[in-house]
Structures are given as structure tokens and as C-alpha cells.
Ligand binder design. Structure first.
Ligand SMILES: *Cc1c(COP(=O)(O)O)cnc(C)c1O
Length: 430
């Protein structure tokens, strides 16, 4: 179908990017479990390799099933194009790769997924890149951290796991003033609860492993480009603005305009970094996305119900959920995320570290796993797992202290989730 902007989210999550299979008429998008595609003739092959024509060459770069998912996510996010890759962490590297060079830095929020803090604070140093972590509520501090070598600002929309929501518009104003792109990890909010591009983001990254797939089956990632950034305004982004030796001096921005970042992501990023999404994973994620809005509505409804119950329980110290009136981010969530503050939150257990360990052991419906955004309810004690590599200060900054557990509320009956938490808290605090 044509993705007419008049179509609603529920229609687009099922139809965008897909049409009956041209070879067979199959209504569902087939899994093209295929590596290579026959060229019509030598001229066709040459045109594809010169990026003069768009088509399928080899599945490290493009695959018909993955292409449908790319168009689906780009449409739901309101971007001009998207590149899928093998995981959320791959998406983050793929997003930074065209922007950065040795000596460059990214200004990143202190409130990020634990693995992202490790990736940005440790691993990217080996590329000669650096991250400067700043409290993104302090816009002056963000502006002050940006220097002549800064190539991006990075944040999460609904931040994992601390009950924090970012004012993307305010942050975009700062990055715009500095002439650098804002990258938003929209994994926890999904395009159903938030469209960062509409609030001024340049690029959106996803771990499709989470809510977009929704059922804990495959890992994947995606980078969506708004198409709005002028990569040629100065000489900060030569990968996109300067002649590319690997393509006979082609300039991506000059040649592809708003699609420069997307083309670069495929023609250079996937070609040379090889962090490719496989067609099976794309299939599972396409299945999941068809019900995204329905699931997110229930995730939010259940999260509000369970968070309210926990907040009123004596064994609980506090609950950090931006959907609760007690949250300092409640008003911001209402205005920036009007459909809800997501399905993730943390709470602090009286009795600290030991009580948290007993709690996760006693739960029966909630599973103790390092994942989120599943139809199933999940719990994790971040301080002993996902945020274990962080210093105590970084743990506190991320809202993952020793007395805190994170819940990823599923789409089960909320009364059953509450009963499970009730019996486990009795064992943990008894
Ligand atoms: C899980 C997650 C990631 C990393 O994604 P993977 O698919 O596990 O590589 C990044 N950001 C957020 C917010 C996440 O939840």
C-alpha cells in the first residue's frame, strides 16, 4: 500500500512497507531466506554497485524481508529511511559510525541502559571516540559539554530503568543551536508512545529485541533517519559530505539528500561493519509490530495499576514511575508522552540488597531475566546484573541502587501480577 500520511498508527503497524508478494501473491511478508540476487545483466549489476540504482545484491547489505521491516519502522517513526541491524547495541554503533572519527566525542545522558553506559564509557574508546555524560535536565550543562569535537547528543526517550522521561524538544533545541544531531534511543517508549523525530530528534535508534518484537524471541536493532539534518553545513561530517573513495568520490549528502544517512548506513555501515539483521529475525519483529499499539496500551495500563499498588504498600520504600503523580517527571510525561509513560519502572524494597534477592527468587509469574519489553512480566535486580559493571555513583545516577529492582510489566492480568508481588514481598520482608 502507499503509506498515505492519513493512515493511522494501527493501520500502518500492519501495512507499512508490505504488499502481497510479487512472485506468489502471499499476503504475509515471506521470509526471504536468501543470500544473493541475480542481476538482470552486467549493466544492472554495475548500476547497483555504483549506487545508481536501488536493488538487492547480497543480504549483508539488503534483504527483501528486512527491507519491509525497515520501511515499517521508518514509517511508524516518521523518518525518511531506516537501517536494521543485528542488535540494539549494533544500532548505536551504526548510528555513531558515520558521525565520529578518532578524537570526536558524543555528549550522552547519564540516564541510560546499563549496557549503553558501558559501550559509551569504555568500549568506544578503542575507536578513539569518547563520551561525556551529562544530566540532560541541566540544559546549560549539556550546552557547556558540547565542544568543537562533539558530533552528537545521545539520550533515551523513556530512560531505562529509572522512571525518567526526557524532554526531547528541549534537548533538540540545544543540539540544534550547536549544529549537531540529536540521537534518541526510543526502545522503551516505542513509536507508539513517542515519536522523537516530531520533537526534533535527528536520528532514532531501537533495540527491536524489546517491545517492537515483543515476545522475547530475537535480537535486533534499527536506526531511523529524520532526513532533516544538513550534513554539508560545515566540515564536521565528512563521511556524509566529502567524496567517498570507496564509491569513486561520490558524496552521500549531495547525491542522496535526505536519504544520505540511510544510504551510508547500508552501503558503508552494513557493507563494512557487517552487523546485519537476518531475515528470520526481521520476520519475528514484523509479526510483533502488527500488535504494537495494542500491547503498549496494556503495558501502560498494567504498569499504572501495579505501580500504584506498590506505592501504597508498606514494604516498599518508593516507586519511580513517571506515570505516578508522585513522580517529579509526571507533568513532563503527561505533556511529552500523553499516551503513557511506558511499562518499565523501578521500586525500592525496604530491607535493601538482601530483600531484593529474596524477592526475585520468590516470584512465580515474574521471571528474573536480563530483558525487557516482553509480553511476560520480568524483573531484574539491576545492581547485581545489568548495572553490575557500573560504579556505585553510576548505579545511583542510573536509578539502579542496591535496594532497587526493575520491573518490565507484561500484558497478563494485573490482579495476578499484584498477587505474585504480594506473596513474594511477604517472603522477602517477612
Ligand atoms: C536492550 C536495550 C539496548 C541494547 O539492545 P540489544 O538489542 O540488547 O543490543 C539499548 N537500549 C535500550 C534502552 C535497551 O533496552
Amino acid at each position: 500500500m502507499t503509506d498515505a500520511p492519513t493512515h493511522g498508527f494501527d493501520t500502518l503497524q500492519i501495512h507499512a512497507g508490505a504488499k502481497p508478494d510479487p512472485a506468489t501473491g502471499a499476503r504475509q511478508t515471506p521470509i526471504y531466506q536468501t543470500t544473493a540476487y541475480v542481476f538482470r545483466d552486467a549493466d544492472h549489476a554495475a548500476a547497483l554497485f555504483n549506487l545508481q540504482e536501488v536493488g538487492f545484491i547480497y543480504s549483508r547489505l539488503t534483504n527483501p524481508t528486512v527491507a519491509v521491516l525497515q520501511e515499517r519502522i521508518a514509517t511508524l517513526e516518521g523518518g525518511v529511511g531506516a537501517v536494521c541491524c543485528s542488535s540494539g547495541h549494533a544500532a548505536q554503533i551504526m548510528a555513531l559510525f558515520p558521525l565520529m572519527q578518532p578524537g570526536c566525542n558524543v555528549v550522552a545522558s547519564t540516564r541510560l541502559y546499563g549496557g549503553t553506559v558501558t559501550q559509551l564509557s569504555q568500549t568506544i574508546k578503542r575507536f578513539g571516540w569518547e563520551a561525556k555524560f551529562v544530566d540532560t535536565d541541566d540544559l546549560d550543562a549539556v550546552a557547556a559539554a558540547i565542544d568543537e569535537n562533539t558530533r552528537a547528543v545521545f539520550c533515551e526517550s523513556i530512560a531505562n530503568p529509572g522512571g525518567y522521561v526526557t524532554d526531547i524538544r528541549a534537548l533538540a533545541n540545544v543540539s540544534d543551536a550547536a549544529g549537531i544531531p540529536l540521537i534518541v534511543d526510543n526502545t522503551s517508549a516505542t513509536p507508539y508512545l513517542c515519536n522523537p523525530i516530531k520533537q526534533g530528534a535527528t536520528l532514532v535508534v531501537h533495540s527491536t529485541t524489546k517491545y517492537l518484537t515483543g515476545n522475547g524471541t530475537v535480537t535486533g536493532g534499527c536506526i531511523v533517519d529524520s532526513g532533516n539534518f544538513d550534513w554539508s553545513a560545515n566540515d564536521k561530517f565528512p563521511s556524509l559530505s566529502a567524496p567517498e573513495p570507496a564509491y569513486h568520490g561520490l558524496k552521500f549528502h549531495e547525491t542522496f539528500g535526505g536519504l544520505a544517512f540511510t544510504f551510508h548506513g547500508i552501503a558503508i555501515g552494513l557493507r563494512d561493519l557487517g552487523m546485519t539483521m537476518n531475515p528470520q529475525a526481521a520476520h519475528y519483529t514484523l509479526m510483533g509490530i502488527e500488535t504494537l499499539s495494542l500491547r503498549m496500551q496494556r503495558h501502560v495500563e498494567n504498569a499504572e495499576t501495579v505501580a500504584t499498588w506498590l506505592e501504597n504498600d508498606d514494604r516498599v520504600d518508593y516507586v519511580t514511575y513517571a506515570g505516578l503523580p508522585s513522580s517529579p517527571y509526571y507533568d513532563r510525561a503527561k505533556s511529552c508522552y500523553p499516551k503513557g509513560a511506558g511499562g518499565l519502572f523501578t521500586f525500592a524494597v525496604k530491607g535493601g540488597y538482601d530483600a531484593c534477592v529474596k524477592l526475585v527468587n520468590a516470584l512465580e509469574i515474574f521471571s528474573h531475566v536480563a530483558n525487557l519489553g516482553d509480553t511476560r512480566s520480568l524483573i531484574i535486580h539491576s545492581a547485581s546484573t545489568t548495572h553490575r559493571q557500573l560504579s556505585p555513583e553510576q548505579q545511583e545516577a542510573a536509578g539502579a541502587g542496591p535496594n532497587v529492582v526493575r520491573l518490565s510489566i507484561g500484558i497478563e492480568d494485573s490482579k495476578d501480577l499484584i498477587a505474585d508481588l504480594d506473596q513474594a514481598l511477604a517472603k522477602a520482608c517477612g
